[in-house]
Write a protein that binds this ligand. Structure first.
Ligand code: GLN
Length: 189
């Protein structure tokens, strides 16, 4: 198994370390031809507007959309924004891989960034780092909410894909990275 981490901008190295801790090889993806080598792709946190510009510059928009039709993708924070079907505040182009509508920088100035516990649907808590995070304002029918915080979904799953509005790569709990690996294994059959 080989995991790709989109390495155009943002905290891709933290994701790379997280998978390496789990003993899984990772490659930093910057070009279209690398997508054919990987079994799953992480789109990290960072700045979605900048990432989008670089995606266009590298002609990666259609290859990424196409990758999502075949293989699992895990988006965190800015990555979740890029995966969404709809992006608001302001409106922004996205890959449309997960049927969610997100509002960028939605916690406002007061709660710019915070570390807090979120509630998982299995009854456990998960420590979550929010940094200028988006809020998921609506989810489509095929989307499962796996964790919430103050009544908003913060971790969702749709089929083979996963999106978190926080940064699981910045804490030591590896449950979400493991869950993504399980999805890749299921996809490999
Ligand atoms: N605010 C950023 C954006 O809109 C996301 C922040 C993050 O990834 N931590 O793209």
């Amino acid at each position: 198994m080989l995991i790709g981490v989109l390495a155009l901008q943002g905290d891709f190295e933290a994701h790379q370390k997280a998978f390496q801790e789990l003993g899984v090889p990772v490659v930093q993806v910057r070009q279209k031809n690398q997508l054919s080598l990987v079994d799953g792709l992480v789109i990290p946190g960072g700045e979605s507007t900048t990432m989008l510009k670089l995606i266009h510059l590298e002609n990666l928009l259609d290859p990424l959309k196409d990758f999502g039709l075949r293989r699992p993708v895990f988006g965190t924070c800015a990555g979740a924004i890029l995966l969404a079907n709809e992006v608001h505040h302001p409106e922004q182009e996205s890959l449309g891989i997960i049927d969610i509508a997100v509002e960028r920088n939605a916690y406002g100035r007061q709660v710019h960034s915070q570390v807090t516990k979120v509630q998982m649907s299995d009854g456990t808590d998960l420590e979550a780092v929010f940094i200028r995070a988006p809020i998921i304002r609506s989810v489509g029918q095929g989307v499962h909410i796996l964790a919430t915080h103050t009544d908003n979904p913060v971790l969702v799953e749709q089929g083979r894909h996963l999106a978190a509005t926080f940064h699981p790569e910045l804490t030591s709990d590896r449950r979400l990275h493991k869950r993504f690996l399980d999805k890749i294994r299921a996809c490999q059959g």
